[in-house]
Design a protein around this ligand. Structure first.
Ligand SMILES: [Zn+2]
Length: 139
């Protein structure tokens, strides 16, 4: 038996079991806010009865701990910013360029739109961040 084969066999039983060993993202789980590992457990708690930003610390189905380390979701702020710009900028441009509105009313509309869409952008950003992280570093 070769040396290489022995090394491979001896470590196999010590490796943690992975659900997914490769870079893949489930689009349905991403869109529905489900766990990136099992694609079944909800990342966020149901909206009714709680705040819209209540997140499960672990996946209720497979137990994946969502916040990998303190400050893990800081990177999701970039995603949230991108989502916010993608939602607010087209409306502002249409109001300015096509409807001929002034800067002040468009700014007020943009602020109101941001306040209304902020909780959704928060959720989408964290879900996207989790799925992107899991695609590159599966656990
Ligand atoms: Zn899960």
């Amino acid at each position: 038996m070769s040396k290489h084969r022995l090394r491979g066999r001896s470590n196999r039983h010590l490796r943690p079991k992975r659900y997914d060993a490769g870079m893949s993202v489930s689009p349905l789980a991403l869109l529905t806010g489900k766990c990136p590992r099992c694609c079944r457990g909800r990342i966020f708690k149901p909206v009714w009865g709680r705040t819209i930003m209540s997140m499960n610390p672990d996946c209720p189905n497979c137990g994946l701990h969502f916040e990998r380390e303190p400050g893990y979701f800081v990177g999701a702020m970039y995603v949230s910013y991108t989502i916010g710009v993608a939602l607010v900028l087209p409306v502002a441009l249409v109001l300015i360029l096509l409807a001929g509105w002034g800067v002040v009313p468009v700014t007020i509309i943009a602020i109101l739109e941001t306040l209304v869409l902020m909780p959704l952008a928060f959720r989408w950003a964290r879900v996207f961040w989790l799925h992107m992280d899991f695609a590159f570093f599966p656990r």
